[in-house]
Write a protein that binds this ligand. Structure first.
Ligand code: UD2
Length: 313
């Protein structure tokens, strides 16, 4: 296990779950977050055990300073909203493209051993082949997706040109405690949980038979730890999902049963650009990282529901 690491975006949903696990494993953790979409409250239970700095990945001097004694960087900081990226492609490029380049450049000059980069299944776009395999073509459909693909390219280059170890994890639909439900484009599970907790009906867009590969955040954290430690994985991109899928309709069925609510969902037109089907092929993660998703959807939803139920509204 590494001794000291940095988590960018560590106050966010995935970042804070990762920080919690690293603290549990007695790793010294530094967190850099500009709190634009993360919350200090996410770090509250283990705030005393980490070194938190409010700062921005657009600022390379801050990155260089904070990385001076760090072995591994988990780069989770990003603008994560696809619609926001379409609204403001320049801002997206500044934070995601340039921010990732800054992280890699600071890592190169600071003697960091490895950078683990949070990429996204969005890079596949709407190409019809399923399940999604890493060697398939990519087709970003938004500045967000383009920024993740650019990040992957830079990560590989920094290995080839400068010998910096990098691993890119293409996250599929991640869910779990601390996912913020407040935007209409928040993850569907966070929105459905929030509705169920408030006793309000959710909206299902389209016929609800579109499906996704939902991966529980603790499995995502585990894959990050493996990606930080395994040998012979540098320069590769790896899908991070479960290899299984579920439709939006059956997702609401599961969640309404868990919550004991009877509400019929409201129906609305499909969202423009909504992808019909998405599921990961995960054999590369299994082979290279020894990764196996440990949480079934039922178990993950149960744990997630406990968290949303206990939130105060
Ligand atoms: C995910 C990512 C996005 C991008 C994209 C690439 C999340 C939150 N978003 O978008 O960043 O990487 O994948 O393909 O992980 N839905 C409803 N009702 C709601 C909300 C959503 O029916 O209130 C539907 C939505 O139309 C879609 C499905 O649920 O068919 C999943 O939606 P999502 O926003 O959670 O994730 P997705 O796959 O569109």
């Amino acid at each position: 296990m590494m001794k000291k690491c940095l988590v960018t975006g560590g106050a966010g949903f995935i970042g804070s779950n990762l920080v919690e696990r690293l603290v549990d494993a007695s790793v010294q953790v530094k967190v850099l977050d500009n709190l634009s979409s993360g919350f200090l409250q996410n770090l509250e239970p283990f705030r005393g055990y980490i070194d938190f700095k409010e700062g921005d990945v657009r600022d390379i001097a801050t990155l260089q300073e904070i990385m001076s004694d760090v072995e591994v960087v988990f780069h989770q900081a990003a603008l994560v909203s696809v619609p926001q990226s379409i609204e403001d492609p320049i801002e997206t490029a500044m934070v995601n493209d340039l921010g990732t380049l800054n992280v890699l450049e600071a890592a190169r000059h600071s003697g960091v051993r490895r950078v683990v980069f949070a990429s996204s299944c969005a890079v596949y776009g709407d190409l019809p082949q399923l399940p999604k395999k890493e060697e398939m073509d990519t087709k970003p459909l938004s500045p967000y997706a383009a920024s993740k693909l650019h990040g992957e390219t830079y990560a590989r280059l920094y290995g080839d040109l400068y010998g910096l170890e990098t691993v890119c994890l293409r996250y599929f639909n991640v869910y779990g405690p601390r996912q913020d439900p407040s935007s209409p484009y928040s993850g569907v599970i966070s929105i459905f949980m929030d509705k169920a907790a408030r006793g309000a009906p959710p909206i299902i867009y389209g016929d609800g038979e579109q499906y996704r590969d939902f991966v529980y955040v603790v499995d995502v954290v585990q894959a990050n730890l493996l990606a930080a430690q395994r040998e012979n994985v540098s320069g590769v991109v790896i899908n991070l999902g479960t290899g299984k899928s579920v439709s939006v309709n059956s997702l609401w069925k599961h969640i309404s049963e868990l919550a004991g609510v009877q509400d019929e969902p409201k129906r609305a037109n499909s969202r423009p650009g909504d992808i019909r089907q998405s599921v990961a092929e995960i054999s590369r993660a299994q082979e290279l990282l020894d990764f196996e998703p440990r949480y079934s959807l039922e178990e993950g939803l149960r744990l997630t529901w406990e968290w949303y139920r206990s939130r105060s509204y």
